[in-house]
Design a protein around this ligand. Structure first.
Ligand SMILES: *[C@@H]1O[C@H](CO)[C@@H](O)[C@H](O)[C@H]1NC(C)=O
Ligand SMILES: [Ca+2]
Length: 359
């Protein structure tokens, strides 16, 4: 497959800052920079970045999902529009996905996701969000943001509905301080096929890390980037309209096999949103490795994370049941009465003794 190179590095970063995200300006820049020499590479530190067209998707979405030669397949309710690919419309019980047909054999890469989540729902009456995948299997519908559970690979979730918090609220439970997460929330999970994503707890038991990301109904562009370099997983976002990457998740020692597929999926339930993907851009990152690193970073066959300590099953504090509350109040009262009675008796005795002493 022919792979075109896109000049990046400093240029890429400059472009990110300067909002030159529209095609015409990019083309102009290419012409100016390339000056007829064809594709160029621009060195940025020790890293070269090349856009890999076979793993990327952008407007116009010619042939997506329809032609047999398409690089991308659609699934479920996903639809190709002129300006975006809609994974789900703002309607109940929809699910859709978009999957790259070409397995990715790169060792170091960066995936930039331009997405938009918007809808009619008011605060906390919208859902459920979208996921970005790098997994062994593709096109497998299921409950995890529209994809199969017990997946093998990496999942990055932009979760817009706080299932666990809402459930706790309904049960009048409380969180211990520092445990509550603010939604929308981005989290990541690496799975070797043995773990289930716990939707009711928004993936809390299996999350590698996460951060709050207020991404709904914004009038500017929102981006997510997943960078995988030397087994270091970094997830950043650009959701403030400032054209700057903000850190979200950083995990060292992440082992991901090669030859997996990129995809994105979404699901709505009782609550809904439009979940749109505008572009997916995969860059190959060419980094230098020392001979030791070469040895260390040998191919793996199953995803894993070194020294992974899954967050403890931090159950919210149990609520005080009615009975417990009654017993506490009852015994407090009984104790108080006892204390007062004993106090009075002792006081009387003391007074008697004082009287005896003076008369
Ligand atoms: C798969 O992951 C689970 C949970 O992290 C771990 O306990 C198990 O040993 C792993 N299985 C293999 C074959 O690596
Ligand atoms: Ca959720």
């Amino acid at each position: 497959m022919a792979v075109a190179l896109e000049p990046s590095g400093w240029w890429q970063r400059w472009r990110r800052r300067l909002s030159a995200r529209d095609g015409s300006r990019m083309l102009l820049l290419l012409l100016l920079l390339g000056s007829g020499q064809g594709p160029r590479q621009v060195r940025a530190g020790q890293t070269f970045e090349y856009l890999k067209r076979e793993h990327s998707l952008s407007k116009p979405y010619q042939g997506v999902g329809t032609s047999s030669s398409s690089l991308w397949n659609l699934m479920g309710n996903a639809m190709v529009m002129t300006q975006y690919i809609r994974l789900t419309p703002d309607m109940q019980s929809k699910q859709g996905a978009l999957w790259n047909r070409v397995p990715c054999f790169l060792r170091d890469w960066e995936l930039q996701v331009h997405f938009k989540i918007h809808g009619q729902g008011k605060k906390n009456l919208h859902g459920d969000g979208l996921a970005v995948w790098y997994t062994r299997d593709r096109m497998q519908p299921g409950p995890v943001f529209g994809n199969m559970d017990k997946f093998v690979g990496l999942g990055v979730f932009v979760d817009t509905y706080p299932n666990e918090e809402k459930q706790q609220e309904a049960q009048k439970r409380r969180y211990s301080p520092g445990v509550q997460r603010v939604f929308p929330y981005i989290s990541a999970m690496v799975n070797n096929g043995s773990l289930s994503y716990d939707h009711e707890r928004d993936g809390r038991p299996t999350e590698l890390g996460g951060c709050t990301a207020i991404v709904r109904n914004l009038h500017y562009d929102t981006f997510l980037v997943i960078r995988y370099v030397k087994r270091h997983l970094t997830i950043m976002m650009d959701i403030d309209g400032k054209h700057e990457w903000r850190d979200c998740i950083e995990v060292p020692g992440v082992r991901l096999p090669r030859g997996y597929y990129f995809g994105t999926s979404s699901i709505t339930g009782d609550l809904s949103d439009n979940h749109d993907v505008i572009s997916l851009k995969l860059f190959e990152l060419t980094v230098e490795r020392t001979p030791e690193e070469e040895k260390l970073h040998r191919d793996v066959f199953l995803p894993s994370v070194d020294n992974m300590k899954l967050p403890e099953m931090t159950a919210p504090l149990p609520p005080l049941s009615g009975l417990a509350l009654f017993l506490i109040v009852f015994f407090s009262l009984v104790f108080s009465v006892f204390a007062i009675v004993i106090g009075l008796i002792l006081y009387n005795k003391w007074q008697d003794q004082s009287r005896k002493r003076f008369y």
